[in-house]
Design a protein around this ligand. Structure first.
Ligand SMILES: Cc1cc2nc3c(=O)[nH]c(=O)nc-3n(C[C@H](O)[C@H](O)[C@H](O)COP(=O)(O)O)c2cc1C
Length: 214
């Protein structure tokens, strides 16, 4: 049976995104939008879709949490042996998409990924709750497992083993940084005339701003 969604229709009315309202720095604008998303009480405003491409050219996408960003790039943490890690090893290009519904805003970021330093991964790993730190040891991400019990049993074993000490970061777990070449800011508009301003990094490192048709 075909399910129709044509009746789900919303007009975007919250605002505009005009050239004279934005500065030359896309990271500053991203910071501003993320703060506003937090302020609206959105659950996990740092959640985004991360798209990667396999060596055969097949795309895949999954939700991830952005853990930090600065002018060097956007960081996320994961297992270094799972599906996305294999795809990033074959092709370091990736894309992130944020959607903040209450603000009617989307941000699309594209660029090249690389692993962050071991020291940075250690710092973030050590900031996590102990249960999650042990969970990182348990999961061989994206591999097929027979049932849930194998995870819980291994976690329980490690909880006992590490009752009086702190686990080290697994060598197969850590961060990636996506260094952007484009960052596009999208603000929903009336009659589907949305605003799209794309920052594109030129070879010299300067950002140029281009308006895209909705
Ligand atoms: C909101 C949300 C946030 C997530 N954040 C992360 C994350 O930061 N790191 C991670 O490895 N997986 C995260 N996941 C799980 C991923 O979506 C995915 O299942 C996992 O990373 C395995 O992906 P892969 O098989 O493509 O490597 C998150 C899932 C959701 C729904």
């Amino acid at each position: 049976m075909t399910q129709q969604m044509a009746d789900i229709r919303k007009e975007y009315r919250r605002g505009h995104l005009l050239e004279d309202e934005v500065g030359p720095d896309p990271f500053a604008l991203f910071a501003d939008w993320l703060e506003q998303a937090k302020a609206t009480g959105l659950v996990e405003p740092n959640a985004m879709t991360l798209a990667t491409v396999s060596g055969e050219g097949h795309p895949s996408a999954r939700m991830m949490l952005l853990k930090s960003f600065d002018t060097q790039g956007f960081e996320f943490y994961t297992n270094y042996t799972g599906r996305k890690a294999g795809e990033l090893a074959a092709n370091p290009w990736a894309a992130m998409t944020f959607w903040w519904p209450s603000l009617e805003r989307q941000v699309r970021i594209e660029g090249v990924t690389g692993k962050v330093s071991a020291a940075e991964s250690d710092d973030y790993y050590n900031s996590r709750p102990k249960g999650s730190r042990l969970g990182a040891w348990v999961s061989h991400q994206s591999s097929i497992i027979p049932n849930r019990s194998v995870l819980e049993a291994r976690h329980a074993e490690l909880t006992t083993e590490y009752a009086d000490r702190e686990p080290e970061r697994p060598p197969f777990w850590g961060g990636y940084r996506l260094t952007p070449v484009t960052i596009e800011f999208w603000q929903g508009g009336v009659h589907r005339l949305h605003d799209r301003l794309r920052y594109r990094r030129e070879d010299g490192g300067a950002w140029i701003i281009e308006r895209l048709s909705p």
